[in-house]
Ligand binder design. Structure first.
Ligand SMILES: Nc1ncnc2c1ncn2[C@@H]1O[C@H](COP(=O)(O)OP(=O)(O)O)[C@@H](O)[C@H]1O
Ligand SMILES: [Mg+2]
Length: 312
C-alpha cells in the first residue's frame, strides 16, 4: 500500500534558556492510505509536537513530512491553509465547536471554506449528521448537547469534506467509557467507508486497541511499532482484544496535563477559520451521557439524500 504520510528523520528541538529540549528525536514512519494509526505515549512523549509537524503547524528543526508526496514542511502559510482545508480534518478532545452556531452550521463550515454553496453544504452536513446519529439535533447549539453528542458533531465536521486524513488528539478524553466506545466505533466506521486515514494520538492504551497499528513514543522516539486488529471490528470473543496487542508497559499512565494540549489544538482550529469566525473554545466539564439516545435515533439516509450526495 502506498504511504500517504511519510515522516523522514524528523527532529524538533526547542531551545529553553540555555538548554535544548528534544521533543522529537529522529522519527521515521510511513503510514499507508486507509490505515487507522495510533500514536501512543505518556504526557511529554512528543505526541502533540508530532501532530503539529504532520499538520504543518510547526516547522521541523530537521527532516521533513510528506503528505501525498507534498513536503508540508516546505509550504508557506497560505499554501498550508489551503492544503489543510483540502486534505485534513481535525477532531479535538474539547470538541472545539463554535458555541454560537448550531450543529448543522458547525458541520457545514469546512464546506464553506471550500467554496461550496449554502444549499449543497447544508444537504451534505445533514447527511453526515444523520450518519452520526444526530438527525434530531441539527439545530441544537453545543451547550444544548451532551459531551458525546458534541463529539459526534466534531466527528461529522472532520469527515464532512471527505478529507484524505483525519487527525484526532485524545478524542475521547472528556467522555465516559460507554460513550468512548461509541465514538471510537463511529470514527472507525467512517474511515473505512471512504478509505480515509486516521492518525489518533493518545495516552490511553484502551483507545489504541481501536487502531490497525500502534506506534509507541517515548521521549520523542518510536520505541514500538506493531500491527493490531481493531476491536471495533472484532465481533466475537471480546476477550481476544486484550491478547491481540500486548502493549509495552505504560510507566506513568496519567490523565493529567490535557489542558495544555487543548490550548494547542484550539490554536489549530483558529488557524483553520477566517478571522471573523475565530473564537476561543470553552473548556467543557466531564459530561456523562445518561442514555444512548444517539443510538436510538440513528436514521437511515433517504434515497433522495443519497442521490443528492451522489450528484456532487
Ligand atoms: N514550545 C515548546 N517549548 C519548549 N518545549 C516544548 C514546547 N512544546 C513542547 N515542548 C516539550 O517537548 C516535549 C514533548 O511535548 P508534547 O509534544 O507536548 O508531548 P505530549 O503531547 O506527548 O504530551 C515535552 O518535554 C515538552 O515540555
Ligand atoms: Mg500533548
Amino acid at each position: 500500500m502506498a504511504a500517504i504520510i511519510k515522516i523522514e528523520n524528523l527532529y524538533k528541538i526547542y531551545p529553553v534558556g540555555k538548554e535544548k529540549v528534544v521533543a522529537l528525536g529522529g522519527i521515521n514512519l510511513e503510514i499507508p492510505k486507509g490505515q487507522i494509526c495510533c500514536i501512543l505515549g505518556t504526557s511529554g512523549s512528543g505526541k502533540s509536537t508530532l501532530l503539529n509537524q504532520l499538520a504543518g503547524l510547526e516547522k521541523p528543526t530537521k527532516g521533513r513530512v510528506l503528505i501525498g508526496g507534498v513536503n508540508v514542511s516546505a509550504l508557506s502559510e497560505g499554501q498550508l491553509a489551503k492544503f489543510r482545508q483540502k486534505n485534513v480534518g481535525f477532531i479535538f478532545q474539547s470538541y472545539n465547536l463554535l458555541q454560537s452556531y448550531s450543529a448543522l452550521e458547525n458541520v457545514a463550515m469546512p464546506l464553506m471554506f471550500r467554496g461550496i454553496g449554502k444549499g449543497l453544504r447544508n444537504r451534505r452536513a445533514k447527511v453526515i449528521l444523520k450518519q452520526v446519529g444526530l438527525g434530531k439535533r441539527m439545530h441544537h447549539k453545543p451547550a444544548q448537547m451532551s459531551g458525546g453528542q458534541q463529539q459526534r458533531v466534531g466527528i461529522a465536521r472532520a469527515f464532512v469534506a471527505k478529507p484524505k486524513i483525519v487527525f484526532a488528539d485524545e478524542p475521547t478524553g472528556n467522555l465516559d467509557t460507554k460513550t468512548t466506545k461509541e465514538v471510537m466505533e463511529l470514527m472507525v466506521r467512517l474511515c473505512r467507508k471512504n478509505n480515509q486515514t486516521l492518525v489518533l494520538v493518545t495516552h490511553d492504551r484502551e483507545l489504541a486497541l481501536y487502531a490497525d497499528r500502534i506506534i509507541t513514543l517515548i521521549d520523542g522516539k518510536v520505541v514500538d511499532d506493531r500491527e493490531n486488529r481493531s476491536i471495533a471490528e472484532i465481533s466475537e470473543e471480546p476477550s481476544a482484544s486484550s491478547e491481540t496487542a500486548a502493549l509495552p508497559e505504560n510507566t506513568s499512565a496519567s490523565k493529567a496535563l490535557q489542558s495544555s494540549q487543548d490550548d494547542e489544538m484550539a490554536q489549530v482550529v483558529n488557524a483553520l477559520l477566517p478571522d471573523d469566525l475565530q473564537e476561543q473554545p470553552k473548556q467543557p466539564g466531564k459530561v456523562v451521557d445518561e442514555k444512548p439516545e444517539e443510538m436510538e435515533e440513528k436514521q437511515e439516509i433517504t434515497d433522495q439524500e443519497r442521490e443528492d450526495e451522489e450528484k456532487q
